[in-house]
Design a protein around this ligand. Structure first.
Ligand SMILES: C[S@@+](CC[C@H](N)C(=O)[O-])C[C@H]1O[C@@H](n2cnc3c(N)ncnc32)[C@H](O)[C@@H]1O
Length: 203
């Protein structure tokens, strides 16, 4: 059974899934309350760096790998992504000594970034296959006792590809997935598609 220290995560004012850094997401708040020691972390999918800044502002991070190829897909054109990349560099400048940019796809970045990570936050494309792929690529890189999680986790089972990918991956590797009600406790039920999921890797 994966165990988390109970928190008041049902307080939407406090555990908003909205924009950072004034409204941090649930996984950030969980790590803040439970992990005072310096952490080595990764964000997969950075865009303008808004969430990266939230984590940098609120967590004790010694190294933060920001993974994003900034390659066009869907509605995200070259121009939009280049503007986003420049903004992200500007927003994270204050943490230059901690941040390491990895301008590769999740797959290639997983071969570059060191292992034994304290946390990985997955927020790349949210299709089932991408999410499953990202969890599969990054889970082995998290140290025992570390965390893997991400964004866009809905509160209706089967409604959101992220949910299906998370559950299927965890079941496939034999990690007991906490029951749906348990996840709901950790999600922001007022904003179904925009919440965090996370699990602790067994030691
Ligand atoms: C939802 S946005 C990230 C938002 C950001 N995490 C935030 O909350 O502020 C998704 C990002 O994933 C990036 N992306 C797309 N394909 C990717 C891949 N294969 N590996 C890593 N990142 C990818 C996109 O360039 C885009 O910036």
């Amino acid at each position: 059974m994966i165990e988390f220290t109970p928190l008041e995560v049902h307080n939407p004012a406090r555990y908003s899934c909205g924009g950072p850094p004034d409204t941090p997401r649930p996984m950030t708040l969980f790590l803040r309350e439970n992990h005072p020691d310096p952490m080595i972390g990764v964000e997969v999918g950075v865009l303008e760096g808004a969430h990266a800044v939230s984590m940098l502002s609120l967590l004790n991070i010694s190294n933060f790998y920001l993974v994003d190829p900034y390659l066009p897909y869907g509605d995200l054109t070259d121009l939009i992504l280049e503007k986003a990349r420049i903004k992200a560099i500007r927003y994270t400048k204050e943490w230059d000594d901690i941040v390491e940019w990895v301008y590769y796809t999740s797959k290639d970045a997983a071969n570059i970034v060191p292992n034994e990570l304290d946390f990985v936050y997955i927020d790349g494309p949210h299709s089932y296959s991408n999410t499953y792929f990202d969890i599969n690529a990054w889970y082995p890189k998290v140290k025992g006792g570390g965390y893997i999680g991400g964004h866009n986790y809905g509160n209706t089972k089967g409604a959101v590809p992220t949910v299906e990918a998370v559950h299927e991956f965890m079941e496939n590797i034999g990690i007991e997935v906490p029951g749906w009600d348990y996840y709901n406790k950790w999600a922001c039920t007022h904003l179904p598609p925009h919440c965090d999921w996370w699990v602790r890797k067994p030691e």
